[in-house]
Design a protein around this ligand. Structure first.
Ligand SMILES: Cc1ncc(C[n+]2csc(CCOP(=O)(O)OP(=O)(O)O)c2C)c(N)n1
Ligand SMILES: [Mg+2]
Length: 256
């Protein structure tokens, strides 16, 4: 049974008409488990004292990255947060290059000079994990502007946390995306806390996606707990936008 909020989401995205194929579902399952296994191994390395630098785990949020990236083309872009392992894997960064990066090896994605919070691989459209909260949105807007100038069909997705949702750079990025009509999806991953600050304290609206209205963008909220809800909804909405040759802009705020 759907809550009224979920029913609204399903209506907005036309979920029933956009079921993922068996191939898509298998891809999503493989990515979900790969993200979890990568981080389980990483936790073991950290606990046994291997110096892999500062890491932020994405465990429990896998569905969001996989759901969004399932709707992207290989030539599209994503910009990540400080919690970026899942985004990288979902967009296709090879895990051996990620792990080599954590070990500081020259074979790493950034030649071992960046570590967990700088993993970047533009070959697969991964614009970067980013330690500066909210800054990825500006990169996504820049990439989307280049798509508009070059007249390509590429789109950019910007992931950010609900804490980042109140930071200035996010709002500057959203405003520019709106006035320039850029193909950007702003994806807010609401995990309830920004360090020790609960979302109920820091955010005045019931759903982060309500803020989309301030920029004349469509905004929808979804739960990422059941990953099966996210991919088709995101993909469905996105694909319907592509079919109509409109530029996709939306905001998701999964409640974990
Ligand atoms: C500009 C900036 N301010 C503060 C910090 C310190 N900081 C690191 S993580 C974090 C909380 C981010 O919360 P949220 O956006 O909800 O992401 P989550 O960690 O929950 O995934 C803060 C304040 C930072 N890295 N960058
Ligand atoms: Mg948070």
């Amino acid at each position: 049974m759907l809550s009224s909020g979920q029913a609204d989401l399903y209506r907005v995205v036309g979920l029933r008409h956009n079921s993922p194929s068996r191939q898509q579902l298998l891809w999503m399952y493989e990515r979900l488990t790969l993200i979890r296994e990568f981080e389980e191994r990483l936790k073991w390395l950290v606990e046994t004292g291997v110096p892999v630098g500062a890491v932020h785990y994405y465990t429990g949020q896998e569905a969001c990255a996989v759901g969004v990236c399932a709707a992207l083309e290989p030539t599209d872009w994503i910009a990540s947060t400080h919690r970026g392992h899942g985004h990288c894997i979902a967009k296709g960064v090879e895990v051996h290059r990620m792990m080599a990066e954590l070990y500081g090896k020259a074979t790493g994605s950034n030649r071992g000079k960046g570590g967990s919070m700088h993993i970047t691989d533009v070959r697969v459209g991964m614009l970067g994990v980013n330690p500066i909260v909210g800054m990825g949105a500006t990169h996504a807007v820049g990439a989307a502007l280049s798509a508009k100038v070059r007249k390509t069909k590429q789109v950019a997705a910007s992931f950010f946390g609900e804490g980042a949702a109140s930071i200035g750079a996010i709002h500057e990025a959203m405003n520019l995306a709106a006035i320039w009509k850029l193909p950007v999806i702003f994806v807010c991953e609401n995990n309830g806390y920004a360090q020790s600050t609960p979302v109920e304290y820091a955010v005045s609206v019931p759903h982060i996606s309500d803020r989309a209205a301030a920029y004349n963008m469509p905004g929808v909220s979804a739960t990422a707990r059941l990953y099966s809800q996210i991919p088709p909804s995101t993909a469905g909405w996105w694909n319907s936008q592509r079919r109509r040759s409109e530029r996709p802009r939306c905001q998701q705020s999964p409640k974990n």
